[in-house]
Every structure is written in structure tokens, then in C-alpha cells.
Design a protein. Structure first.
Length: 458
């Protein structure tokens, strides 16, 4: 790997294709060191009217960050020395802002789901205390149920300004993705190349089924959307070079780091940084940047690491394996996402069973069925398969994996307790979206708004 003679090794120029793979090799962890990291986004709104939170002002998200920093010992982060707060950190956890002022907790790496749950609930308790004084509540839902684009602020990160201009040229709903979607994500470690790519392949292939299982965004601008996952529908109209199921890779039972790097090389860039300044180069592929440079600058290791973080497939590889296919959820269901994937990925028997199941899918058929899946969720079918039946198999495999892990909480319960709420919904043939829309088929706008503010709370 190329190394800088002085200063940050990330500034070393890329000298060969092998340099691109080094981030993955350096991130490998022995199984005894594997951790779980969860990320959860939510929308802040006025508790009475549902009006979305602003960026600044007396009831803006900046005030929320300021209050969290002062009352709960977070360190504030800024893009420039005199700029506004755009993030908070405390230990290995961070609180950050998405483009439409969605608030995200990126949790600390934890040893089990019990610890993940405790951290999430602690964060929500802190946020609730701050928000009560401002008459704000937070919605755990995958697509903003009430707001139009014009109703939402823009968080003034330089990256977001560039994405705002570029992404709509690559897909009709790029700005919706940025400002009106929210998600629950989970991060996992990998032992070596085979382990990483095996896990990535499983996660990509099952992602439409998992999105259906956790579907939780049935509203659009104060009306029923006619879909169980409006967020899922948004992602079907995003930049195809940087999102989706990565079909070419998902089809390979034994993909490699090189396969992932080859895919990433052909995705368009947003920008790179030099000496503290932003250099936009939207649309240039990283392959072109590495070969031809841009405005006299050559690609560095740090540029590649940043580029990997600007790719948004259903599951992605960087220093961890990140799964990204789920709508945001209420707190009682949120830990079901990392619990499901922990059970599938961190137990060898479960991983083998999930791999066998996912490789049995007709991948082309599943991809063609994605519109049906975001519309009907677990009630959909593809190629004669019941999506509900496939979801039940995945949940049962994960349950077995979690039970064999035998990670107990203070009351002697294993991690399957975190899978129980979504499993109980599935047994009834329901999704989280069904709980939001029950009885609302003929609701007035006022009745629907009141139901959202009651039912979608984090």
C-alpha cells in the first residue's frame, strides 16, 4: 500500500488497484472482537401541528443540538471554526443531521443487542427531556408523513449542497431521499475476505424481503401513500450507479473485495477535499479520477475512503458491513433490525442457512418485483413465492442464531427478546405500516394528522 512520507497516510496517492482493497483488509477483525453498531434517524415535528422542525430559531434542530451538548456532555462538531454545530460526539457515539434536519444517532460499537437497546433508549430519554421544553416530538417513520419539500429546511453542510444539485440528475427522487426519508441501519464486523463478501451477498439478496418485513412509511404529504414503504419507493428512483442491490455482485456466490471495488470505481463522485477546501467533481467516476485526475489533483487513499462512504446500496462494505434497507421505526421495533442481522450474520449455522435461502432466489425476478414489494410488503409475491413466508424463514433463522449466541441480559433473557415484537407482527400477517394506517382509509386530513402524531412517535 502507498504510504505518505510525512503526515496523514490517507493523503498518500493511490499507486495501484491493490491500494483500494487495503481498507477492507485492515478492517478485518477476529470473531471474538466483533461488535454491533446501530444507527437510527427520526423526524422532529411540532407536537400539536406536525409542522416539521426547522434548522435554526427558537425551536430549530440547532437548539436541540446545543441543549444536548450543554446538558449531556457531548462535544460539538463544526465544519469550520466559526460555523454552526452540525454534529455531537460522546465517546464512540455521535448525533448528526441529515439534509432535511432529520436527527441521527450513530451508536457505539456494542457487544450485544441488549447494550444497543440500552444506548438507544438512553438517547431517546435525553432527547425527550430536551424536546419537551420545545413542544417537539420525534417520529420513527421511513418517509416524512406530512411535509412537502417546501416545508423542510436545508442543513448547510457543504456536502449536501453538492448532492442537492447532482443527485436529481441521476434519479427523479434524489432530493426526497435526502430530506424526506429516515432509516434504521446496522453495522457489523467481518473476519476476512470470504466472510465479508459472504455476509454482503446475503444482505444484498435478502434486502427487499427485509424492507417488506419492516415496512413503515405509508404516508405521503398528509395522505395515505398507497404503499407500505414510500421510502422504499424513493430508493427505486435513485442514482442506479450508487444504490440498489448491486445485482452483478449479488449473483456471485463467492465474490471478492476486488468485485466490490470494481463496482465502486464506476460510481460518480461528489467532491474531494484539498487543504481544507471542497473541490466539486460531480459525476466523475472514481475510476476516471484515479486514471486522469481532476484539476491537477490525483486520487489519494483518503479520497477512496470518502468515496466508499458516498455509496448507498442496500448493503455496503467499508470499515464495517453496513445494512441500509429498513425504514425508520418506533423504538420498540428499532432494535429488531440489528437483532435480525446479528442472528443471521454472527452465527455460522444461521449464516449458512440464510446464504442457502438467499441463493435459492431468482434474483432477476426479485428485482422486478421490488415495486410490488414496496407497495404491498409481506403480502406481495414474486415468482410464486410468498414474501411473508420468506420473511418468516429469515426470522426463524435469525432466532436460532441469537439463541445460540446466548448473550443474556440482567434478567437472564437472550437477544431473541429484541426480535419478538417484529416476529409477533409477522405472525399476524402485519407490518409496522399496518399499525399506522389502521382505520384511516376514509380519514380526513385532520384525523390522519392526529393519528400520525399519536402512532408514529419514536
Amino acid at each position: 500500500m502507498a504510504t505518505a512520507e510525512l503526515g496523514d497516510p490517507a493523503q498518500a496517492p493511490i499507486q495501484s488497484f491493490d491500494d483500494l482493497l487495503q481498507i477492507f483488509y485492515e478492517s478485518q477483525q477476529p470473531q471474538e472482537a466483533w461488535k454491533i453498531g446501530a444507527e437510527a434517524e427520526k423526524f422532529g415535528v411540532d407536537a400539536a401541528t406536525g409542522e416539521p422542525i426547522g434548522y435554526d430559531g427558537e425551536r430549530g434542530v440547532l437548539r436541540v443540538l446545543d441543549a444536548l451538548a450543554s446538558e449531556f456532555d457531548y462535544a460539538a462538531g463544526r465544519e469550520s471554526a466559526d460555523g454552526p454545530i452540525i454534529s455531537l460526539t460522546r465517546g464512540a457515539a455521535s448525533v448528526t443531521l441529515e439534509p432535511g434536519a432529520q436527527l441521527e444517532l450513530s451508536g457505539s460499537p456494542m457487544g450485544d443487542i441488549h447494550e444497543v437497546c440500552a444506548e438507544l433508549r438512553g438517547h431517546m430519554a435525553e432527547l425527550g427531556r430536551i424536546s419537551a421544553d420545545m413542544n417537539l416530538v420525534w417520529l420513527g417513520i421511513g418517509f416524512h408523513p406530512l411535509a412537502r419539500q417546501a416545508d423542510l429546511p436545508w442543513v448547510p453542510k457543504q456536502r449536501y449542497a453538492i448532492m442537492r444539485e447532482y443527485l436529481p440528475t441521476r434519479g427523479r427522487r434524489g432530493v426526497d431521499m435526502m430530506r424526506r426519508t429516515a432509516t434504521v441501519q446496522a453495522n457489523f464486523d467481518y473476519a476476512d475476505e470470504q466472510d465479508a463478501m459472504r455476509k454482503l451477498g446475503v444482505c444484498l439478496r435478502i434486502s427487499p424481503i427485509v424492507n417488506a418485513l419492516f415496512a413503515n412509511s405509508p404516508f405521503f404529504e398528509g395522505k395515505l401513500a398507497g404503499k407500505v414503504s414510500e421510502r422504499g419507493a424513493v430508493w427505486l428512483e435513485m442514482d442506479p450507479e450508487r444504490s440498489g442491490m448491486i445485482a452483478e455482485l449479488a449473483k456471485k456466490p463467492r465474490a471478492t473485495y476486488a468485485d466490490y471495488a470494481e463496482w465502486a470505481l464506476d460510481a460518480g463522485m461528489f467532491f474531494f477535499k484539498r487543504d481544507g477546501r471542497i473541490v466539486p467533481n460531480t459525476g466523475q467516476t472514481f475510476r476516471s479520477f484515479m486514471r486522469d485526475g481532476f484539476q491537477g489533483e490525483r486520487a489519494t487513499i483518503g479520497d477512496w475512503q470518502f468515496h466508499l462512504n458516498t455509496l448507498f446500496p442496500d448493503a455496503r462494505l467499508k470499515k464495517t458491513l453496513e445494512v441500509r434497507c429498513c425504514d425508520s421505526l418506533p423504538t420498540r421495533l428499532t432494535t429488531g433490525v440489528p437483532a435480525l442481522f446479528t442472528g443471521l450474520l454472527y452465527d455460522e449455522q444461521a449464516l449458512a442457512e440464510a446464504e442457502d435461502l438467499s441463493l435459492s432466489f431468482d434474483l432477476e425476478g426479485l428485482m422486478r418485483a421490488r415495486v410490488e414489494l414496496v407497495t404491498h410488503g409481506i403480502r406481495a409475491e414474486f415468482n410464486g413465492h410468498s414474501v411473508r413466508g420468506l420473511a418468516e424463514q429469515l426470522v426463524e433463522i435469525a432466532r436460532g442464531g441469537l439463541a445460540r449466541r446466548a448473550k443474556l441480559d440482567a434478567e437472564g433473557r437472550d437477544e431473541t427478546i429484541h426480535l419478538k415484537p417484529i416476529a409477533e407482527l409477522l405472525e399476524r400477517g402485519l407490518m409496522p405500516a399496518d399499525l399506522l394506517t389502521e382505520g384511516l382509509s376514509s380519514a380526513t386530513p385532520a384525523e390522519l394528522r392526529a393519528a400520525v402524531l399519536e402512532r408514529a412517535l419514536v
